[in-house]
Design a protein around this ligand. Structure first.
Ligand SMILES: [Zn+2]
Length: 78
């Protein structure tokens, strides 16, 4: 398992998100953003919009995805 924070994934807080693959961590961040915004949090609104936008804009979204995967791969295992 590896850990990335909400901040490392483009969000505003330091919540740690854990997973065995970058995809798992990205999914956890996606869920975290949706959860806190649904709960009335304002600070995560932009990050959620950016996350949704990535899937609509495959080119820029893919660059972010590759970067995140590379960062994840460089992290030490927990
Ligand atoms: Zn967060």
């Amino acid at each position: 398992m590896k850990t990335m924070t909400c901040k490392q994934l483009g969000g505003p807080c330091d919540l740690p998100l854990r997973g065995t693959t970058a995809d798992e961590v990205i999914k956890a961040q996606d869920k975290h953003l949706k959860d806190v915004v649904a709960g009335g949090d304002q600070t995560h609104g932009d990050a959620l919009k950016a996350m949704k936008g990535r899937w609509k804009r495959p080119i820029s979204g893919m660059a972010w995805y590759r970067n995140t995967k590379r960062e994840f791969a460089a992290l030490p295992d927990d």
